[in-house]
Design a protein around this ligand. Structure first.
Ligand code: PAF
Length: 289
């Protein structure tokens, strides 16, 4: 498995050795490398990351690995959509040069015992209490992907804003020699943020889901115009419940960098939301201008 698999739409490295060999060849030629870590089930949001990488770097390497360490036992690891063949075609069409698609044994061989854990306010609120162990799983796998490939830049969607801050934090704290690039959320025409998990929704739930961007925009407008934060957040929660959301993990206004909660309008503040529609957990965030 130290060779590339070149039988499909895109060359695939299934081992760290094959990945490193290809990247070393590019480095010898003086080429720069952009990394796009994903869990597959690719949509336009992921392909936008690829295009950004291609605009900045000579070579774009996408990764697909459904990382078991970032799912808790009750979460959707088994159900997570796995669409590797069509993903490879999409990546090739977007212009990616290589796909790294390791198995679980390659990423976490027998005896693997090291995790990366980010402390501070970034991992205290928002999704953290609802998804214990999630950010440690993300930080661990992204650290490994960055060290395996040593790219110049790595690209992550702003839809997972808390994840992006976690990644920025450990990259800085561990002096990883890579630029972490956040890329704006890509939305459907009706405003819903693109997500691989949107595929879980029934057509009726998909209709209801448009309440998320609408409620967030309303709340952002209210906070920006000086309305009390608590009232704006309560109104957004009421809109979600009224539309048929089955659970709300949080609707919050917090600092975009530290993620510490804000009680009144402040520059750099963002609105964050996580809510359930049946078995689908939707998350989103927007800046409050
Ligand atoms: O955002 C994702 O798809 C995942 O959390 C990531 C960054 C690829 C790590 O598994």
């Amino acid at each position: 498995m130290t060779e590339l698999d070149t039988t499909g739409a895109l060359p695939i490295a299934r081992s760290v050795a094959a990945l490193r060999r290809q990247i070393a060849q590019w480095r010898k030629q003086g080429l720069t490398v952009g990394l796009i870590p994903t869990m597959g089930a690719l949509h336009e949001g992921h392909l936008t990351l690829v295009r950004r990488a291609l605009a900045d770097c000579d070579r774009a390497v996408a990764t697909i690995f459904v990382n078991p360490k970032q799912f808790s036992p009750k979460e959707d690891f088994a159900a997570y959509p796995r669409t590797a063949d069509s993903d490879a075609v999409k990546l090739a069409q977007a212009g990616a040069h290589l796909l790294f698609m390791p198995g679980v044994q390659e990423m976490y061989p027998e005896g693997h015992a090291t995790t990366v854990s980010v402390g501070g306010t970034i991992t205290q609120g928002l999704c953290a209490p609802f998804r214990p162990g999630h950010f440690e799983g993300v930080a661990t796998v992204v650290t490994k992907l960055l060290l395996q490939s040593l790219p110049d830049r790595a690209y992550f969607g702003e839809k997972d804003w808390q994840q992006l801050q976690v990644i920025r934090r450990f990259a800085r704290d561990l002096d990883l020699p890579v630029a972490i690039e956040g890329v704006a959320t890509v939305r459907e025409a009706d405003g819903l943020a693109m997500s691989s998990r949107n595929a879980y929704m029934t057509p009726a739930e998909r209709q209801i889901a448009t309440t998320v961007p609408r409620a967030m925009v309303e709340a952002a407008r209210a906070i920006a115009s000086g309305a009390p934060v608590a009232g704006a957040l309560d109104a957004a929660k009421a809109a979600l419940t009224g539309a048929g959301f089955t659970g709300i993990d949080y609707v919050a206004y917090a600092d975009g960098e530290t993620l510490a909660p804000l009680e009144r309008f402040a520059p750099g503040g963002r609105l964050f939301l996580a809510a359930w529609l049946g078995r689908t957990r939707l998350i989103d965030n927007i800046g409050v201008p």
